[in-house]
Design a protein around this ligand. Structure first.
Ligand code: NI
Length: 185
């Protein structure tokens, strides 16, 4: 099932998420639906709050980008209850976009490498290091689980420049080629 994607301004995107306690048929269905929703919107990552679920769950698949940019690795993951427990000192700037912020792309500075722990779709625990593009996408999705948008991380100058655009978006001024939803509470 393809879910509508919640747009900036919807309170669920700023709500605290809950850890997932156990595997279930419902969880497996939700994971499958999240991949389907992400692919239908041509996204490379989707976090549960973006479909209105306050859960610590995100899916990532960078395959579409790796096809056009061979230097970008293919990176397909389900992340349950992830935790970044270490970040490298070196920061890199990369342009980001988000399905919940259609029409906005901004440079964001983030650590180039991270160490994370998470459970995969089979509830198997992983402890891994990501560098470069994988670390980038992961950190973006991780932020969604903690009520943060990439636009919260841009420079003060860029924040000022996009303020009106964000305010308009929160009031329904945006265009997207996928199903969206916006709520006021
Ligand atoms: Ni996003």
């Amino acid at each position: 099932m393809i879910y509508p994607i919640y747009i900036y301004g919807s309170p669920v995107l700023r709500r605290e998420t809950k850890e997932i306690e156990s595997n279930s048929d419902e969880l497996q269905q939700l994971i499958a639906d999240m991949f389907e929703t992400m692919y239908a919107a041509d996204g490379v990552g989707l976090a549960a709050p973006q479909i209105g679920k306050s859960l610590r769950l995100a899916v990532i698949d960078t395959t579409p980008l790796a096809k056009d940019n061979p230097e970008l690795e293919t990176f397909k993951k389900v992340m349950i209850n992830p935790e970044i427990y270490e970040a490298g000192e070196e920061e890199v700037i990369m342009e980001e976009g988000c399905l919940s912020l259609p029409g906005i792309n901004e440079d964001v500075s983030r650590p180039d490498s991270i160490r994370i722990r998470y459970l995969d779709e089979n509830f198997v625990e992983h402890d891994e290091e990501y560098i470069g593009y994988g670390a980038r996408v992961f950190q973006h999705e991780y932020d969604h689980l903690f009520a943060t948008f990439f636009t919260d991380r841009v420079t003060p100058l860029r924040k000022t420049l996009i303020r009106n655009k964000l305010a308009g978006m929160a009031k329904g001024k945006f265009e997207a080629h996928y199903r969206t939803r916006q709520t006021t509470r």
